[in-house]
Design a protein around this ligand. Structure first.
Ligand code: ATP
Ligand code: MG
Ligand code: MG
Ligand code: MG
Length: 469
């Protein structure tokens, strides 16, 4: 059985042997890119290379990139613990060609690596192509020997990638693995494609056009390749599992969480263990890259992730802070590949401990209030927005924590009501200040309040600039 560390190394070695320069992961906080909340794919660090603004001494690269998808355009937070394939933090393996090889070679590399080096059974694999991309379909036939039934044509934007409103773009081809008929879910493009039977493992993006003003698209003289494969999804296959959370790295954290809480890993608190394992990784890697919990921007996303995990620990009846006790297991699993984790271990431990210690009293009181309030409601009746706001304002419950807490009983939150309560509080704050004769400082104070009160980081306005591989 290959460990995740071995799989990562095999992937990078394969592309190194094929003339690619192995480039280290860039930090989770993108350098020089204020439009992006967190690095969410392998191509982020190469954006300017693809557009031609920046030159590198190589035209082929490969990387294992740390990614977080917990805000902005890509937000998988609500899937965590519930699907077999989503994390907030994951590793994306990728190979890149900057105007060097293109479609046919990219497909050939992917196919050879999957079926020869990793020896995946061919009859478990199938692919999607963009409906208009006959070329890609032809190469899949030629290289993989796929019949038409294993090449699914998709006409939606799912198979057409864009860097932003303008700039490089092109069709993509996604490789799926069929985990077998015992698992619910249909093939890509079918109505029940959202199930976990057919899991997307690798996305190949063929950057072949340059988009200018709306409707104007010209072929790039030197098309490029950008690919992304989820290490955890791939490890699941190679380790004979269906679920990412049963692979070595995550399983080790889940077992540590089970031991620390005294609750079976796959028993009543299965979801909680999974959420804790995922959120621990995300929190630890974010802290290692310089993010600290706060009430705005990236720090608030980190705080939300940490507090969500803490609620799950609390549900399991844990009295003392839990998260920081799981850090050594994570560092043992991933510190070899990511030395920054080893360097930051003391900071990660302290930050988790402090946040959990501080939040605990509020969490307990807030959950008590929540139970009281929901007891007054009929089955399926949403929680009034005003209550969700009180939890937010007085008890430090991010909105998504309240939503997560109510998910098990199938109850929603009146989000419009929550927002109205927030707006009302701001209005009152503004009115109170207006009469105080301190007009000069009011603007500043209000700015801070505005930011501190933000429930959701919405990106620095231009989310379209987010890369989507
Ligand atoms: P999905 O449709 O399953 O949500 P995606 O199309 O959003 O995946 P891409 O943006 O194409 O994913 O990212 C490239 C690869 O990264 C995917 O093929 C998958 O293997 C992996 N990946 C994407 N999102 C996640 C996630 N939240 N957790 C783990 N792996 C992921
Ligand atoms: Mg997705
Ligand atoms: Mg997809
Ligand atoms: Mg995809």
């Amino acid at each position: 059985m290959s460990s995740s560390n071995e799989i990562r190394a095999t992937f990078l070695d394969y592309f190194a042997r094929n003339g690619h320069t192995v480039v280290a992961s860039s930090p989770l906080v993108p350098r020089n890119d204020p439009t992006l909340l967190f690095t969410n794919s392998g191509m982020v660090q190469f954006k300017n290379v693809f557009t031609g603004q920046e030159k590198r001494p190589y035209v082929r690269a490969a990387s294992a990139q740390k990614c977080v998808r917990a805000g902005g355009k890509h937000n998988d937070l609500d899937n965590v613990g519930y699907t077999a394939r989503h994390h907030t933090f994951f590793e994306m393996l990728g190979n890149f060609s900057f105007g060097d090889y293109f479609k046919e070679q990219a497909i050939a590399y992917a196919w050879e690596l999957l079926t020869r080096d990793f020896a995946l059974p061919k009859d478990r694999l199938l692919v999607t192509v963009y409906a208009e991309d006959e070329e890609a379909a032809l190469y899949w036939k030629k290289i993989a020997g796929f019949p038409d039934s294993r090449i699914i044509r998709i006409a939606t934007s799912d198979n057409f990638w864009r860097m932003g409103d303008t700039g490089p773009c092109g069709p993509c081809s996604e490789i799926f693995y069929d985990h077998g008929p015992e698992i619910p879910g249909g093939p890509p493009g079918s109505p029940d494609a959202d199930g976990d039977r057919f899991i997307e493992i690798w996305n190949l993006v063929f950057m072949q056009f340059e988009e200018g003003p709306p409707g104007v698209r010209v072929p790039l003289p030197k098309p490029s390749i950008d690919t992304g494969m989820g290490l955890e999804r791939f490890a699941a296959i190679l380790q004979g599992k269906h679920d990412n959370y049963d692979t070595d790295t995550l399983r080790a954290i889940i077992l540590a969480s089970a031991e620390a809480t005294g609750h079976e890993p796959d028993g009543r608190f299965k979801v909680s263990h999974r959420v804790i394992a995922d959120h621990l990784r995300a929190a630890a890697f974010l802290i290692a890259d310089g993010v600290l919990p706060s009430n705005e921007g990236r720090g608030y996303v980190l705080r939300r992730i940490m507090r969500r995990a803490m609620r799950h620990a609390h549900m399991m009846g844990v009295e003392d802070p839990l998260m920081h006790r799981l850090v050594p297991v994570l560092v043992r699993q991933m510190g070899g590949a990511y030395p920054e984790l080893v360097r930051a271990e003391p900071l990660i431990t302290e930050t988790l401990k402090l946040e959990e210690g501080r939040f605990r009293t509020l969490l307990v009181r807030g959950l008590h209030l929540l139970a009281e309030e929901t007891a007054k409601l009929g089955a399926g009746q949403p929680l009034p927005g005003e209550v969700a706001f009180r939890l937010y304002d007085t008890y430090g419950f991010p909105l998504d924590l309240t939503q997560d807490a109510l998910r098990a009983e199938g109850r929603a939150v009146d989000v419009a009501g929550f927002e109205a309560a927030m707006a009302e509080q701001r209005r009152r704050a503004r009115a109170a200040w207006a009469g105080s004769g301190e007009a000069a400082t009011e603007g500043v104070w209000f700015d801070i309040k505005e930011k501190a009160g933000a429930t959701e980081f919405l990106g620095y306005t231009t989310e379209t600039a987010e890369a989507e591989i």
